[in-house]
Design a protein around this ligand. Structure first.
Ligand SMILES: Nc1ncnc2c1ncn2[C@@H]1O[C@H](COP(=O)(O)OP(=O)(O)OP(=O)(O)O)[C@@H](O)[C@H]1O
Length: 254
């Protein structure tokens, strides 16, 4: 069974004048449990819209999205919010950490809201996540007192606090320098290796080269896909994958 599947997924936006603008056009996607998928494609091709629609953050116009065997297009807004809270994690630029909370409180907030674990367990999990991502010393800091890379690590901890089955990332390394981006990718790769499914939209071939499968979006459709297979971090492997990906993207005119 797929953890996530779309059938004939379409999404249009009404801009107020004339006919609605069609953004996603008949997207068929099947995601296996534990897969790591990167979504690439030109600016405006619909990558973010795809992530928002398949995660139930945004309503679809036609077709269906099936998550863990349940068609999410039919469920109520409340039920959907619960599903997202308990089973999905998000690293989206628009989902800023809250300014009036420190790093730790930002991380644990959604777990307290989900109420699926005791506070003691949640605090322990938050401490483990901060340790794993190297931000333990910053737990009490205000979010304005840390760097962009540290903030991104905190956002990852927040996304993982409810132990999601699937993690969605929209340019998760977008605002970072290459060293910080590579560290964030190592963390995400570890998370994937421990079984969490990852779907990441990115412009960065170095990031996408670590995915098992790369989708190429063009004008609202998945125009092509490249199976790179699981990435094992051995010397020279990332470079080889990047070259393969670059040749494929070049052929696609990217
Ligand atoms: N809320 C909205 N209302 C109307 N049009 C929208 C809305 N959100 C996105 N769009 C349009 O949908 C198209 C796809 O946008 P989307 O953000 O999904 O592209 P993208 O591939 O993620 O681009 P980028 O790489 O620049 O982030 C764009 O033409 C955009 O202007």
């Amino acid at each position: 069974m797929f953890i996530l599947e779309t059938k004939g997924l379409k999404k249009s936006y009404s801009t107020g004048q004339g006919t609605p603008q069609s953004i996603l056009k008949d997207v068929q996607l099947q995601v296996s449990q534990g897969e790591f998928i990167a979504v690439m494609g030109p600016s405006g091709s619909g990558k973010s819209t795809l992530l928002y629609t398949i995660s139930g953050m945004d309503k679809l116009t036609e077709g269906s999205v099936i998550f863990k065997g349940q068609e999410i297009s039919g469920v109520s807004e409340n039920e959907l919010a619960g599903l997202r809270l308990k089973h999905m994690g998000f690293i989206f630029q628009q989902m800023h950490l809250l300014k009036n909370l420190n790093i730790r409180d930002n991380i644990i907030l959604s777990a307290y809201r989900a109420r699926t674990s005791s506070r003691r367990t949640i605090n322990k999990r938050a401490a483990e996540l901060m340790n794993k991502t190297g931000i333990s010393a910053l737990a009490e800091r205000d979010i304005t007192q840390v760097s962009g890379g540290q903030l991104q690590r905190a956002a990852i901890c927040r996304a993982l606090i409810n132990q999601p089955d699937i993690l969605f990332g929209d340019e998760p390394t977008g605002a970072l320098n290459s060293k910080a981006a590579s560290e964030i990718m190592d963390i995400l790769a570890d998370i994937n290796q421990s079984g969490t499914t990852l779907i990441i939209a990115t412009h960065d071939a170095k990031v996408a080269a670590q995915a098992e499968r790369v989708l190429y979006m063009l004008d609202g459709s998945i125009a092509a896909e490249q199976r790179l297979g699981k990435y094992y971090r051995v010397d020279g492997e990332l470079k080889r994958r990047e070259e393969k990906l670059a040749a494929w993207l070049l052929k696609l005119g990217f």
